[in-house]
Design a protein around this ligand. Sequence first.
Ligand code: HEC
Ligand code: HEC
Length: 213
Amino acid sequence: MLSMLKNMSLVMTLALSFSSFVQAEEAKKVKLTPNLEHGAELHKTCALCHGRWSQGINSGRYPRLAGYPEPLLEKMLDDYREGKRNDIAMIVIGKIKSMSKQDYADLIGYISSIDLKKQNVALDIPTAPGDVKAGKRLFKGDCKSCHGRDGTGNIKKGGFPLAGQYTPYLKKQIKLFMSKQRYHDNDPDDETFEDYSPADLDNLLAFISTLDD
Ligand code: HEC
Ligand code: HEC
């Protein structure tokens, strides 16, 4: 009898801790309402490198961020916060690690709301050299499923936007993936770029550079 009671209390403790776990998980999902004005204020620091409207500058030394879907921006920043990606200057000056959750939401909401077409900035990504048609075939076969038909990203699959991003930046990231300094698709064993020749890569980038900004 005593042991049965003990078992019951164990089951109850487990059930309780499970329900508080579920509650904590639910809490994580609660979406804070972004204060865009405050986000714009915080963004001034980011603008030092990413440009007044986060349009990206210096041929992609500083990547474009404007208009990206919020969940994808959040994932990008989380990767820096958690040390999966590294860029010391950005983390320190951007103060990514010390921001409150609300600041984070405000900033992400603001950057996502920026519509570059309404701003007076040069948008065109110059067409990169390479065989656009061959690149298109590669993209359709190997990239479209996660990065979207038009390269604007896929929230469900977590594929970041590629259209409108500077070619040298994309190339730099692919090189990081190839050398496993960064994990593509969050997968250390990812083989997406394994069989790509330098010409394949150029063709792919040439095609991506033609996608609408
Ligand atoms: C000192 C310059 C600097 C500042 C300030 C800065 N960044 Fe960055 N940021 C960079 C550089 C350089 C990269 C590319 C690093 C890399 O290749 O991983 C980058 C990359 C990013 C990326 C990844 C984009 C992608 O497509 O992968 C995001 C998101 C980002 N920054 C957001 C921000 C935000 C938000 C702020 C302001 C809170 C900010 N950055 C401040 C320099 C900066
Ligand atoms: C199975 C899904 C999947 C496929 C297929 C895929 N990707 Fe990705 N890719 C992702 C995910 C998820 C991310 C974002 C997470 C990460 O890796 O940092 C990403 C990120 C990227 C980035 C970094 C962008 C940035 O702004 O930081 C580049 C570049 C990229 N992929 C290129 C490609 C290309 C080119 C192809 C086709 C040859 C491809 N991907 C195929 C899922 C995929």
